[in-house]
Design a binder for this molecule. Structure first.
Ligand code: SF4
Length: 345
């Protein structure tokens, strides 16, 4: 369809601007690659998300891309941006996006809009001018997608969406590379086939970066556990948008950004994160929380001890798993998950 393909690194960036410029962001979170070549460029304590993303580039599997987008998510992504842009000599345009960090002030909104405009200016140099009506239309698509995802999450919480955990995230994660014109019908079809009561098994909430290794989802399915909600950086923390978009698409994106749930990468306060998680537990009736962490993810690791403690203080059991992406299931991991399931059942 003549669309450009942009490799987008985690986590938060304005997809709508890329869609409006006839480009598709293909997000690079957890490609299943051998990371040994990347090890030469990175310290051993860098997370496997960055390691796998860099390995993908070094293996030449990003050669078909028209550029990369690096949001300022954490120090590791920031440094990856520097390695790719300044040292690898890959000769592809690299774009950067610097969203504001909390605590938000009046000036944060103005700053955010300025960053959106700066990204548009950078993209226009290679992709041509942004068409205002296409931009408006893609913002409307973004809001429609957010509303649909919000409804699907609500059904999951209420026990009216009957689908295995692995299938649920399998469909949801297609949004990491599909255009909304393809993704919205796919989500609607999934909802139609899964719309029936399911209140079986104990409900849990997963918190962390992303649902990988996916084998844990299958293990929870096999143990009869329903994931009733999540607090994942690449899922609910970034796409549950409500309401109607403002007339000005830049302002609409600012409304959406500042209404998103708290996230470690936005420097949200511990209290906001605790309140957000407790609210999810209350609404969904979850019997436990699994912190499904990527090893060496600094932003998450700073928060987890305090958030987990606060959840336990409310009588809700928690399990903290520290995993590498694509590592599969080890015997020890399986035993810990099974013991946790037995406790909450
Ligand atoms: S897993 Fe954590 S440290 Fe790694 S890129 Fe994501 S936010 Fe950054």
């Amino acid at each position: 369809m003549g669309r450009r393909l942009i490799g987008a690194f985690p986590a938060q960036y304005p997809k709508e601007i890329l869609w409006a410029m006839n480009a598709i962001p293909a997000e690079i979170w957890d490609p299943p690659v051998d990371t040994s070549e990347a090890n030469a460029h990175l310290q051993p304590y860098i997370c496997s998300v960055v390691r796998a993303g860099l390995a993908l580039i070094l293996e030449g599997k990003c050669d078909m891309l028209d550029g990369f987008l690096f949001p300022h998510t954490c120090d590791s992504i920031q440094n990856l941006a520097s390695i790719v842009n300044d040292y690898l000599g890959i000769r592809k345009p690299c774009y950067f996006f610097y969203p504001p960090k909390a605590p938000y002030r009046h000036s944060s909104r103005r700053y955010f809009v300025e960053q959106l405009r700066a990204l548009v200016t950078a993209l226009e140099k290679t992709m041509g001018p942004l068409d205002p009506s296409s931009f408006k239309q893609s913002v409307q698509q973004g809001f429609a997608l957010g509303a649909l995802l919000g409804e699907i999450y609500e059904q999951r919480r209420a026990g009216t969406l009957n689908a295995p955990n692995a299938d649920f995230y399998g469909v949801l994660r297609q949004g990491e590379y599909l255009h909304p014109e393809d993704f919205i019908p796919r989500l609607e079809a999934f909802r139609r086939t899964a719309e029936r009561e399911d209140t079986s098994g104990p409900g849990v909430i997963l918190s962390g970066v992303l649902p990988n290794p996916p084998e844990i989802l299958k293990l929870l399915d096999a143990s009869g556990v329903r994931i009733v909600d999540d607090d994942f950086m690449n899922c609910s923390r970034r796409f549950l948008i409500h309401g109607e978009p403002a007339q000005d698409p830049f302002e609409a994106l600012a409304d959406a950004y500042f209404s998103l749930p708290p996230c470690t990468t936005k420097n949200s306060s511990i209290q906001e994160r605790i309140n957000g998680l407790l609210e999810k537990i209350e609404k969904s009736g979850a019997r436990g929380v699994i912190f499904y962490l990527v090893k060496f993810c600094e932003p998450e690791l700073f928060d987890v001890p305090l958030v987990s403690e606060a959840v336990k203080d409310r009588g809700i059991p928690t399990l903290v798993l520290d995993v590498e992406i694509n590592q599969g299931l080890t015997g020890q991991l399986t035993t810990r998950v099974e013991a946790f399931v037995e406790m909450i059942s």
